[in-house]
Design a protein around this ligand. Structure first.
Ligand code: 3PG
Length: 309
């Protein structure tokens, strides 16, 4: 029997839980599921992983310490896109396969992005006269799965969309999108900038003062990617220098109290990462993760492995 631990501090929607159970209960298969949802103590996670052969997580932290407890572990699947919560080097060193489920929750994040844009441009629904998205320029910082969905929705709203991307220039050009030469140009030309890059490599801290200073005086900056991509002290600096800039995010800043006190009416953030928190996204990402584990044990399928040797 292969034990699969599903450790999600932020639980999947019930519909996803049901479907995941079904994937692991096919005739002839021998998987034993353990659910660890809403846990608050790391110890509980550390204890549960000791005899697990497979692990499904969301943003749950999988570090070297946890991997040291998991002597039976063969595979970790991050039900979602960003795997910056997993210590990839530590997993590779222990010969543990790591996978993600790219694209499965991108529409949910894209819809939240547009929601944040509307909330911002409508002055937080405070009653103050706001603006409209129609005709405004949206700048996409990055062009992965989420950004592509944001582009689709923004087009339907009558927005002009531009993008800066290093790695997906061809894909962006193929859609007819205007690709700016530099990130500075993207920030300078956009009414709303939305960040869609992972917390890896050169993207970390890429929204720094040198870039943020190019924002228009009344720009809205949306971050549904990762906290690490935005240099928080630099963001505070630019929001002080340009007192009409707004910051909208589903990631709580490190200095959340400072933001709410100093930038009242100009910032919004959810207490927990919320972009992928829909039944549909949970279903797609959760079921994809479950199927990838089954395929790994039955056929040695490593299609979505992110730590290929
Ligand atoms: C992702 O990387 O897929 C998203 O940030 C979703 O994260 P979550 O599973 O913690 O909601």
């Amino acid at each position: 029997m292969k034990k699969v631990l599903i450790a999600t501090e932020k639980p999947f929607a019930p519909v996803a839980v049901k479907k995941i159970q079904k994937v692991f209960s096919q005739p002839g298969d021998d998987f034993g599921l353990e659910w660890l949802e809403n846990y608050t103590q790391r110890e509980v996670f550390l204890n549960a992983v000791t005899d697990a052969h497979a692990l499904i997580v969301r943003s749950d932290i999988v570090d070297a310490n946890l991997l040291d407890q998991a002597s039976e572990l063969k595979i970790i699947v991050r039900a979602g896109a960003g795997y910056d919560n997993i210590d990839i080097d530590a997993a590779t060193a222990r010969k543990v396969v790591v996978m993600n489920t790219p694209g499965q929750n991108s529409n949910a994040v894209a819809e939240l992005t547009i929601g944040l844009a509307i909330l911002g441009i409508r002055e937080m629904f405070s009653g103050k006269s706001g603006g409209e998205l129609f005709g405004r320029t949206l700048g996409l910082h990055g062009f992965g799965y989420v950004a592509r969905n944001v582009f689709r929705i923004a087009q339907a709203l009558g927005m002009k969309v531009i993008v800066f991307t290093r790695y997906s220039k061809g894909a962006a050009a193929a859609t007819g999108l205007k690709v700016t030469k530099t990130l500075e140009q993207l920030y300078e030309r956009s009414d709303i900038v939305s960040i869609h890059v992972p917390a890896r490599g050169e993207h970390i801290g890429s929204a720094s003062y040198d870039i943020l200073k190019h924002l228009k005086d009344d720009a809205i900056l949306i971050n549904t990617s990762r906290k690490e991509v935005v240099n928080e002290p630099d963001l505070i600096r630019i929001m002080e220098e340009k007192p009409r800039i707004k910051y909208m995010s589903d990631i709580k800043p490190d200095t959340a109290d400072l933001f709410t006190q100093r930038f009242s009416g100009r910032c919004f953030f959810t207490p927990k990462k919320a972009g992928a928190q829909t039944a549909e996204a949970n279903l797609r990402a959760g079921v994809a993760a479950a199927k990838q584990i089954v395929a790994f044990f039955k056929k040695g399928d490593v299609t979505w492995q992110v730590n290929k040797p």
